[in-house]
Design a protein around this ligand. Structure first.
Ligand SMILES: C[S@@+](CC[C@H](N)C(=O)[O-])C[C@H]1O[C@@H](n2cnc3c(N)ncnc32)[C@H](O)[C@@H]1O
Ligand SMILES: [Zn+2]
Length: 289
């Protein structure tokens, strides 16, 4: 663990004593609780705290009550794990990667949620980062394997050594954050030169993103989604990758039509909004030059 972790502020190595990690350069120290090193700041910005609160409730309901959204054929936790694995696989298969490609790689997962891709795919060294990680322990411990190492941290302040990882993944994470550009920069720092980044996020049309931004700026709740302080178009997400120093290699945009059962719940305003937003899933394969 000490080989890959570094102080989130100054990136120097740690020394460990009992359940405390101490930066060997600055004065910062961080606790390790339930085997989870915790690098989170003392407080979050209020908008991010609201998103995290809703996210924590959503994950707990999914894993303890199987409230997983519209997944009518998922009837058990093993079904849910199986569905997640097949969802993660879509990004790899789209770009021609066998999932076993990670088997001998050092891989970083940002915003893993309670399970995450590394729990589903064989990998070499694995680290899964999520600011909600400590809240997952009570209901996820039985589902976790020794690897990935799970840590509590913000993607904006990754406690990783420079140039450590062969690959990184961030799935459905960046729109949950306030500063996605800082996360991309931190991922690039942690990747080795030539390392691959598998990124997935929902993207919207330009008017769809404009509506979300107006809602966020003016505090109009019906225009916002509590989970998603941020919204991207395909172009803004691609540009953000390039601005962070990544070379975008390929992308795969997926639009799944909704069933009549779902659209019936929207009403005409909801249906109009959905049509204007034209939300799609975008997978990006990028590379650190
Ligand atoms: C929708 S979940 C996705 C979980 C998983 N990647 C998946 O696709 O099944 C988004 C996750 O991103 C995490 N997250 C939110 N803000 C983050 C940040 N600033 N840095 C890292 N992870 C973050 C959330 O706590 C949440 O668990
Ligand atoms: Zn330090």
């Amino acid at each position: 663990m000490l080989d890959i972790l570094a102080c989130p502020k100054c990136h120097a190595p740690f020394a460990q004593k009992d359940n405390t990690l101490s930066c060997t350069r600055c004065t910062l120290t961080f606790p390790v609780c339930d085997g989870i090193p915790d690098f989170r700041p003392a407080a979050f910005a209020s908008r991010f705290a609201a998103a995290q609160f809703a996210e924590g409730e959503h994950h707990a309901e999914a894993w303890t009550k199987l409230k997983t959204g519209y997944l009518p054929w998922v009837k058990s936790i093993p079904d849910y794990c199986d569905w997640l694995e097949s969802f993660y696989r879509t990004g790899f298969s789209a770009f021609g990667f066998p999932t076993a490609w990670l088997r001998d790689k050092a891989v970083l997962e940002v915003g893993s949620g309670p399970l995450g891709l590394l729990a589903c795919f064989p990998h070499g060294v694995g680290v899964a980062v999520d600011p909600l990680m400590p809240s997952f322990v009570s209901y996820m411990r039985e589902h976790w394997q020794p690897s990935p190492l799970r840590i509590a941290a913000l993607g904006e302040e990754l406690p990783m050594r420079d140039g450590t990882f062969d690959a990184a993944v961030a799935i459905n994470c960046l729109d949950h954050t306030l500063e996605p550009d800082r996360i991309l920069t931190a991922v690039v720092r942690a990747l080795k030169p030539g390392g691959y980044f598998f990124l997935m996020n929902n993207v919207k049309s330009r008017p769809g993103v404009a509506l979300s931004r107006i809602g966020e700026k003016l505090g109009i709740q019906r225009l916002t989604e509590v989970f998603h302080p941020h919204a991207f178009t395909q172009k803004s997400l691609t540009d953000a990758c390039a601005a962070a120093g990544l070379e975008v290699v390929r992308n795969c945009r997926i639009k799944i039509s909704e069933s009549a059962e779902i659209t019936a719940c929207y009403g005409w305003k909801g249906a109009l909004r959905k049509s204007v937003e034209n939300e799609c899933a975008l997978w990006i394969l990028a590379r650190k030059p």
